[in-house]
Design a protein around this ligand. Structure first.
Ligand SMILES: C[S@@+](CC[C@H](N)C(=O)[O-])C[C@H]1O[C@@H](n2cnc3c(N)ncnc32)[C@H](O)[C@@H]1O
Length: 244
């Protein structure tokens, strides 16, 4: 993988001098450690020091909102029995996606943002308690939880209507040690996904690599559609995964 490719992954769109330094010093050791919790804790400690409140991989909520709303509405049509729409963001970091959905959606939603890094979770909890964002629907809820996304034991099967993963599977797939974690997270996501729900993976990995991986890891249980997203001239993909 070229350094330029890695830099795009690391810097997102809010590149600061800190992320630039990180890019220029990226070693293959670092690249192969991206599945490790300590790396992320350090990454978010640095963001905290730089007083950065939100940082998004690839792109932020604004770039995604149209697509997410479309996805939610088609899910709502196929499952009109749910009184509340449940959304899970796997490896949320300090992204603004969960917050954006909570504030924008007119339907009652329960948005759960999960990350293994206690630093990221406490930054988001602090942001929410300081800003007190208002939901469009007064019954909506937003929470940030420290959790290993390869073990979603605290959620029962079929709970979530929409599951999001922006960049999290990508970091697992970049190292040999992370690959089993990517499969474990996929299995857990499929377990907690409602039968009519969708699991969306946002990635810069090419469909030629990701689709066969998804199909073989989902052991024939999944149907995958891919859509290309161009944001600020860069191409990304959204893999829409449904249980067959
Ligand atoms: C590439 S970042 C993406 C962050 C966020 N989704 C975004 O779009 O900005 C990957 C995130 O996965 C989190 N992560 C790494 N391993 C994890 C695990 N086992 N369980 C939950 N989160 C994990 C990291 O702390 C980091 O926030």
């Amino acid at each position: 993988m070229s350094v330029a490719r890695v830099c795009r992954l690391f810097c997102g769109f809010k590149g600061t001098s800190v992320t630039s330094r990180l890019c220029s010093s990226l070693s293959s050791d670092l690249l192969h450690s991206m599945h490790k919790k300590e790396l992320w804790d350090n990454f978010y400690v640095q963001k905290q020091r730089d007083t950065i409140q939100n940082f998004d991989w690839f792109f932020n909520y604004r770039a995604l909102s149209g697509l997410l709303h479309q996805c939610l509405h088609s899910s709502l049509q196929s499952d009109s029995s749910s009184d509340v729409f449940r959304i899970l963001d796997l490896g949320c970091g300090i992204s603004d996606v969960g917050l954006g959905l909570f504030q924008d959606l007119p339907e009652p939603v329960q948005v759960t943002c999960a990350d293994i890094s206690p630093v990221a979770i406490s930054m988001m909890q602090q942001l929410v308690s300081t800003c007190s964002p208002m939901p469009k629907n007064s019954s909506s809820e937003l929470r940030f939880v420290e959790m290993d996304c390869t073990r979603l034991d605290s959620f029962h099967s079929g709970l979530f209507n929409l599951i999001l993963d922006k960049g999290t599977t990508d970091i697992f797939l970049r190292s040999a040690a992370g690959k089993p974690m990517a499969i474990q997270m996929l299995m857990e996501a499929l377990r907690v996904l409602h039968p009519s729900g969708s699991f969306l993976q946002f990635s810069d990995e090419d469909p030629d690599a990701r689709i066969p991986w998804l199909e073989s890891s989902g052991v024939g249980r999944v149907k995958v559609n891919v859509q290309e997203l161009t944001v600020q001239g860069a191409s990304y993909y959204v893999y829409v995964i449904n249980v067959k």
